[in-house]
Design a binder for this molecule. Structure first.
Ligand code: DC
Length: 229
């Protein structure tokens, strides 16, 4: 059975960079499930499918198709054969992805793609998202729930996007993140919340390498057969 490390948490908590680094350290594949929801959103936006029509978006995703492809370090999203890793970061995608990801037909389609992708990797996947430990892989060998203070999450997001960290930019970004968290945590299907058996990790004052070390130590205990250094 493929080993699964589930890393969930709110927007900007450092999930993707941490998951990518942990996967590289352990020789596993990284899978950013948010990128898949973004690919569904991108496909619907660019093909003019109304963003509240879950069945039509899921059908479009099957036709095009929307896929996850295993590359060098991990999985990346593809729409109709095109790598959309960059395009899914577009601001219009970010603005609409919470609404699209709240549609039940979209979630069912996404979960199938996520589970199929994970089964492809011989060693295992480090998958980050909102419901990986609660819904997609409730039996994951290790579940981590990452959090960080909103101001710190806003700062990281601004730096990641190469913008200047000003007081105004911080306040606006923190507001956007908190609104997206509220939408993700308040939806009726697979809301963002910590699984009962997830290990909480507050990264507000942690560096990336401290986060990787902490999760690697947890993985060593969770997967003794993998002989993790
Ligand atoms: O991590 P991100 O910002 O790229 O995620 C984009 C959106 O996708 C996020 O607002 C909620 C949704 N999402 C989800 O509902 N379930 C997941 N497992 C991952 C992301």
């Amino acid at each position: 059975m493929t080993a699964v490390i589930a890393i969930d948490g709110p927007a900007g908590s450092g999930k993707s960079s941490t998951a990518r680094a942990v996967a590289a350290h352990l020789g596993m594949a990284h899978l950013d499930s948010g990128g898949l929801y973004r690919a569904f959103t991108l496909a619907a936006l660019d093909r003019g499918v109304p963003l509240d029509r879950g069945a039509r978006i899921a059908a479009l995703a099957r036709e095009l198709p929307v896929r996850l492809v295993l590359g060098d370090g991990g999985f990346f999203p593809e729409v109709a054969g095109v790598d959309v890793s960059e395009a899914v970061r577009r601001p219009d995608v970010t603005a609409h992805v919470s609404a699209v990801s709240a549609l039940s037909e979209v979630r069912v389609a996404a979960n199938d793609i996520l589970r199929d992708a994970a089964s492809l990797h011989p060693l295992g996947v480090v998958m980050d998202g909102r419901d990986i430990g609660t819904v997609v892989f409730p039996d994951a060998g290790l579940k981590v729930y990452l959090t960080a203070a909103p101001e710190e999450r806003a700062r990281r997001r601004i730096l990641q996007e190469g913008r200047a960290v000003t007081a105004d930019a911080l306040a606006a970004e923190a507001e956007r993140l908190v609104a997206r968290d509220a939408a993700d945590a308040g939806r009726s299907i697979a809301p963002l919340h910590q699984a009962g058996d997830a290990v909480p990790l507050d990264t507000t004052r942690m560096t990336l390498s401290e986060q990787v070390q902490a999760i690697t130590a947890l993985a060593r205990n969770a997967f003794p057969h993998l002989d993790i250094a």
